[in-house]
Design a protein around this ligand. Structure first.
Ligand SMILES: O=P(O)(O)OC[C@H]1O[C@@H](O)[C@H](O)[C@@H](O)[C@@H]1O
Length: 326
């Protein structure tokens, strides 16, 4: 357990769980996890952003060559965490929060680590990260302009778990409203609404050769078409131009395939929506996206709860997660 509330100072700890069951190394601004079978993951404390996942001998996440890893900008690539708002809110408590919220631009703490599974034959390693109201540098909710009441930020805590297994990467987010539960009338103004999303940049050899299954018959909002609503007609979504779609209430598993070969299986727990994003040639206009043609080597398949707000009452918690398997 590392207790550093409000202290963003550099950590320089090396922690070995045990060579036979996996290694967790916490050094300066990041955590490296490795399994004896060769898989590894790397998580920046900035945003608790997973910036690398190596499985079956290959890197599985796209990370822009110009991604900023120094805490000056959300990381372009890996798995940035979107919370408490997806996109930008123009009004309400999330108004004025940066695009996709504050989780991906906040400094998280390491809460602890654990070996799971069969420690001897097939261990997996879980590392937990925490972020709460105390280390927030932005206003949530937005401070009212004229109000003589003292400002009270939402009392929340987030626990983010990264679990590295032999052929999969699991990420889980637990959101808690830490406001004490009122015994009589609950104080509705201390409830909060949130979106959450795992903005996963999957690395692929050639995005034009992919098909994404599991979306047929699902309604989506097409952000490329100004938010027009449509229903997916195809068995497989393919990418041959910019794609930016929010599929709502996706019923089952989403699979990224290349021909008959499954590249990634995306299984969600308590996350109803899936966003699919590829900026196509527009990548050249995104300052930290590099190389310009890197859009050919990535596809964001983002599991989340974003098509509507989730309300959390004082004392309540919510958990959602995603497992990406080869
Ligand atoms: O540039 P950002 O803030 O990381 O966002 C990247 C993309 O994230 C996706 O999730 C959104 O649907 C896109 O609209 C957005 O462009």
């Amino acid at each position: 357990m590392v207790d550093r509330a409000n202290k963003p100072g550099a950590l320089s700890v090396s922690k070995v769980i045990g060579r036979d069951s996996g290694v967790v190394e916490i050094k300066d601004d990041r955590v490296k996890i490795s399994l004896p079978s060769g898989e590894s993951a790397e998580v920046l404390l900035y945003g608790a952003t997973v910036i690398s996942w190596v499985a079956d001998g290959a890197e599985r996440l796209f990370l822009s060559k110009e991604a900023k890893l120094d805490g000056t900008k959300a990381v372009r690539g890996g798995v940035p965490l979107v919370f408490p708002v997806f996109g930008k809110a123009t009004e309400g408590p999330c108004a004025k929060l940066p695009q996709h919220g504050f989780a991906r631009i906040s400094k998280w703490d390491v809460l602890g680590w654990n070996v799971l599974g069969d420690e001897e034959r097939e261990p997996s390693v879980q590392v937990d990260f925490v972020l709460d109201s105390h280390n927030l540098t932005v206003e949530w909710p937005l401070k009212p302009e004229a109000n003589d009441q003292p400002y009270q930020p939402y009392a929340f805590s987030l626990m983010y778990s990264v679990i590295l297994k032999r052929n999969s990467l699991e990420t889980k987010l637990r959101v808690s409203n830490e406001e004490p539960e009122e015994s009589e009338e609950p104080k509705n103004d201390r409830a909060f609404d949130f979106n959450a999303l795992f903005h996963t940049y999957l690395r692929v050899a050639d995005v034009t050769k992919l098909g994404v299954t599991g979306l047929k018959g699902v309604s989506y909002k097409d952000k490329v078409e100004g938010g027009a609503e449509a229903t997916e007609e195809r068995d497989e979504l393919t990418v041959a131009s910019e794609v930016d779609r929010v599929y709502a209430n996706v019923p089952g598993t989403v699979v990224v395939k290349e021909g008959d070969r499954t590249l990634y299986t995306v299984e969600r727990q308590n996350l109803e929506d899936v966003v699919v994003w590829n900026p196509w040639t527009g990548a050249a206009k995104i300052g930290d996206f590099s190389p310009d043609d890197g859009y050919m080597n990535m596809l964001c398949v983002e599991a989340g709860a974003v098509s509507s707000w989730h309300k959390l009452m004082p004392g309540d918690s919510w958990e959602g997660g995603v497992t990406i398997s080869l």
